[in-house]
Design a protein around this ligand. Structure first.
Ligand code: G4P
Length: 532
């Protein structure tokens, strides 16, 4: 095995950009993903990603999900190069597939791209995903989409982002009109007019360098809209902060772009700015020390586990984010939780449409390794040094169901099945302190459907769910064991142990939780729980 020099390794790392797109359903994430892949040459034809989404929508039960697994595994990570950079785009399941996976994927990226629908502004799911980004101060770039349609005033939108998401906006582009009157965007960074014009009956983007917003050619090109455009730019440059890369990298400021994904307008500029400004793989904290991505020794952690097509073998793919060093096919990796070495004969890398065997990969890349049920989310692998990466948490679920077993002889199989599915991260499992049975928690409703189908298929268990009144959960801690005892005694009806035996408070609603938190100021109520 020939090791690359330190400098060669640092060059590989500096080239990587690993990110995810976050948005509320229907803001245009799929459309934008597709246009980014087209730009990067990863797909040749529009429609590829959309077709997959249509397929997902068409399914009505888990069996169909099962059939599509091959597809969703391949598309979980999309890799392409653009302007000399290696881009890794991690898919975050949306819509009804929304699950803890969506949240956890955000722990494996170095930055995110937030898509906002110009007509809808900040929506609920975006807000939730941003809260997760804030946990790791992930840098956020913003794309305001659907400018070809009527929407909110751009200035109002920026205000809304600042107020609701608590992040300062630095406009990199400024739109000229919208919907029928949409004439394009002015690139404030490069002083280019990206004109949206009609050519041979088709709307196309035309790029024209300018000397600045005062350039007299803008009057000819924009006509009556030129004056209003200049007024708005003056207003926005006076009111908004200028772009500051450090503030962006620290998660305090988001550079804002405008465009229309469906018209492929503004996408190339977004991607060019993204590969230039977004951070390369960052140092990552392990329990023992901080690991630098350009270190020679290999390290990585598992952020997602996906069941594979072959049910008979209970085969799963573990998605491993490389944090340092170089990965090479056939290399031996130490699985620290089990204290065992594994020989990675075949790891998979992911292209937009195909899975292929990986020969080498670097920090920032994601590799898929086969797993026969021994790998858990959060597990660390290294070439030698014992390390445990931190910051891959469980997120408090906000949907709950009580599990009812229909074939009581299968109680053992149910426990085993739930434990394994919980380890895989498919659902969270809680055992109430009083009363029997299990309460399951999820962040997306489809997770429950999947659990029932998989318990049936893989463990021969017939189950049913019953509604429970819980609306949120918090992991409990306190410095004083006496206070913890007292709290436990008085709140038994709302307490449970999670899959790892940790004490969890199940609250009816965030409001009732607030009251309990106020009543017990010395008790910690944690919304995330570090994986063991
Ligand atoms: P998502 O992944 O965030 O859920 O959104 P998706 O890309 O599927 O887009 C949601 C809808 O918005 C789609 O319409 C899509 O065509 C449309 N859309 C996306 N980008 C733009 C844009 O820049 N301008 C306009 N006007 N529409 C856009 P749909 O009717 O739900 O689906 P389809 O029939 O078009 O596929």
């Amino acid at each position: 095995m020939t090791l690359p020099s330190q400098a060669a390794l640092a060059t590989e790392v500096a080239k990587r950009r690993t990110f995810a797109i976050i948005s509320h359903p229907d803001a245009g994430k799929t459309t934008l993903t597709e246009k980014l892949l087209l730009c990067g040459g990863a797909i040749q034809m529009a429609g590829t990603v959309k077709a997959r989404k249509a397929l997902r929508h068409a399914r009505s039960d888990w069996m169909k999900v099962e059939q599509e697994r091959g597809i969703s595994v391949t598309s979980s990570v999309m890799q392409f190069d653009f302007l000399g950079r290696e881009v890794n785009l991690l898919d975050t399941p949306g819509h009804e597939d929304f699950s803890e996976d969506t949240y956890r994927t955000l722990t494996a990226v170095d930055s995110v791209l937030m898509v906002i629908d110009v007509a809808k502004g900040v929506e609920e799911r975006t807000d939730k995903l941003m809260q997760v980004c804030r946990l790791r101060t992930t840098p956020v770039m913003t794309f305001i989409n659907k400018l070809d349609r009527e929407g909110l005033e751009p200035l109002d939108l920026l205000n809304e982002i600042e107020e609701r998401l608590g992040i300062a906006c630095a406009p990199m582009m400024w739109p000229i009109g919208m919907a029928q009157r949409f004439k394009g965007c002015y690139n404030l960074r490069t002083n280019t007019l990206h004109r949206f014009t009609l050519k041979d009956g088709k709307r196309v983007q035309e790029d024209m360098p300018m000397t600045g917003v005062a350039d007299p050619r803008l009057d000819t090109l924009l006509g009556d809209d030129a004056a209003r455009f200049r007024e708005e730019v003056e207003l926005v440059t006076g009111a908004a902060e200028p772009f500051d890369r450090d503030a962006y990298l620290a998660g305090r400021q988001t550079p804002v772009f405008f465009g229309s994904a469906i018209q492929n307008f503004g996408v190339k500029e977004l991607l060019a700015a993204f590969v230039e400004l977004a951070p390369p793989p960052q140092p990552r904290a392990a329990l023992e020390r901080v690991v630098d991505p350009a270190e020679e020794a290999f390290s990585g952690f598992v952020f997602k586990i996906q069941a594979n097509m072959d049910k008979a073998h209970r085969d799963r793919i573990a998605f491993l984010r490389i944090c340092s060093g170089r990965f090479e096919r056939g290399m031996k990796l130490r699985h620290h939780r089990l204290g065992r070495d594994i020989n990675v004969k075949a790891a998979t890398t992911f292209m937009a449409q195909e899975r292929k065997t990986v020969d080498e990969a670097f920090a920032g890349d994601i590799v898929g390794i086969h797993n026969h049920g021994t790998i858990k989310i959060g597990d660390t692998f290294t070439s030698r040094e014992p390390l445990k990466f931190i910051g891959i948490p469980h997120f408090a679920p906000d949907l709950f169901r009580r599990m009812r077993l229909l074939n009581p002889m299968k109680a053992k199989a149910l426990t085993k099945g739930l434990e394994q599915l919980a380890e895989e991260g498919a659902v969270q499992m809680f055992t109430p302190l009083v009363g029997g049975g299990y309460i399951l928690g999820a962040v997306g409703a489809l997770q429950f459907e999947v659990i029932l189908a998989r318990l049936h298929d893989e463990y021969g268990v017939e189950g049913q769910f019953e509604a429970v009144s819980y609306g949120t959960a918090r992991w409990i801690g306190a410095d004083d064991p006496k206070i913890l005892d007292d709290f436990t005694r008085r709140n038994q009806g709302n307490l449970a142990h999670d899959g790892e035996g940790k004490l969890t408070y199940l609250a009816d609603s965030v409001w009732s939780l607030k009251r309990v938190e106020e009543a017990w100021p010395k008790v910690r109520f944690n919304a995330t729980q570090e994986l063991a």
